[in-house]
Design a protein around this ligand. Structure first.
Ligand code: AKG
Ligand code: FE2
Length: 321
């Protein structure tokens, strides 16, 4: 029987001391090298984020108008909270393209209820960190990743782990996963719940302090760096009755970039070494599983695995027979 090789973790861990020396960002470390705390240039506006969620919850017509901006999947998502086995969270998923499509009247209305401060924050954070972190990751990868991120493919996600809509018994805020893109920065409102999987001991979850701002890498960074950068699996456990807010900047390569290393990597699958998939395809492949986890889409008949990381591992790593 064939199986996917386990990620050769030690060799592939990101060396964050290099990230520090090339980026000038003030970093501290947790455990080993898979996840980094940063001291952000600006704090996330959690009172504005709380206002926006409360406003959308209380004004269904405005929430519906916002969702009309992106009819395929909507922007303000609440579906998961109806099924206790899914992630118990509300999300607002914005991107520069979606923001530009919000009708002017709705822009004005939502700006007054938090969106203005939120967009100022995300624009400041992305303008500052995207070039800086891409430069740092390029130094580690030994490959210039900037041309692969020319279209500024970023997403801004707000998350409300809200007891009013969550299943009272569920501790599942956000199921275990590895982000798909290049890197993510997670801002938290001070409430604990985020956990990272210890790289040497899968299944062991290490709590991240609730006031930390975290930079971690995703699958695209692993592949494009030829395995020199590691991604870290993480999840959010909820404390019933406690509200937790977070804001996440996701940075991904351009959609037409080939998911391939700069040079052949023996531990990678042939398909990845040959660059058979582009980022668009890869995102869609991962997206099905994360929408399932988030309660917005059913899996196709016969696809009984809710674990997106298993699928992606099998795509990326060489099978050992
Ligand atoms: O809410 C958090 O702290 C993390 C959320 C997360 O990991 C994600 O949305 O990918
Ligand atoms: Fe994540």
């Amino acid at each position: 029987m064939c199986h996917s090789s386990a990620q050769p973790r030690l060799e592939l861990l990101i060396d964050l001391s290099k990230l520090r020396s090339t980026s000038g960002i003030a970093l501290t470390y947790i455990g080993d090298y898979s996840l980094t705390f940063i001291n952000p240039i600006t704090a996330a506006p959690f009172s504005a984020i709380r206002n926006l969620f409360d406003y959308l919850a209380q004004n269904p017509a405005s929430a519906a108008a916002l969702n009309d901006v992106y009819t395929l999947r909507g922007i303000f998502k609440t579906a998961a909270t109806e099924n206790p086995t899914c992630d118990q969270k509300l999300t607002v998923d914005l991107s520069p393209t979606r923001i530009a499509r919000i009708p002017p009247g709705l822009q004005v209305e939502l700006t007054e209820h938090g969106l203005g401060d939120i967009l100022t924050f995300f624009n400041t954070i992305s303008d500052h960190y995207v070039p800086q972190v891409i430069t740092s990751l390029s130094a580690i990868a030994g490959r210039d990743l900037a041309p692969l991120h020319a279209s500024f493919n970023v997403n801004f996600r707000l998350i409300d782990y809200n007891p009013a809509t969550a299943s009272p018994k569920s501790q599942n805020g956000c199921g275990a996963h590895t982000d798909y893109g290049t890197f993510s920065i997670i801002f938290q409102d001070g409430t604990a719940g985020l956990e990272m999987e210890a790289p040497e001991t899968p299944g062991t979850w290490v709590p991240v302090p609730g006031n930390a701002t975290v930079l971690l890498c995703g699958w695209c960074a692993v592949v494009l760096s030829g395995g020199k950068v590691a991604a870290v699996r993480h999840r959010v456990r909820r404390v019933p009755g406690v509200r937790r807010l977070s804001a996440v900047l996701f940075v991904a390569p351009d959609l037409d970039v080939k998911m391939a290393p700069g040079e052949r990597v023996e531990a990678f699958s042939e398909a990845v070494n040959k660059g058979l998939y582009d980022v668009r395809w890869f995102k869609e492949k991962m997206g099905k599983k994360w929408r399932y986890r988030e309660g917005n889409e059913n899996l196709e008949c016969g696809d009984d695995s809710a674990e997106q990381d298993i699928d992606v591992s099998q795509l990326v790593w060489k099978k050992i027979c």
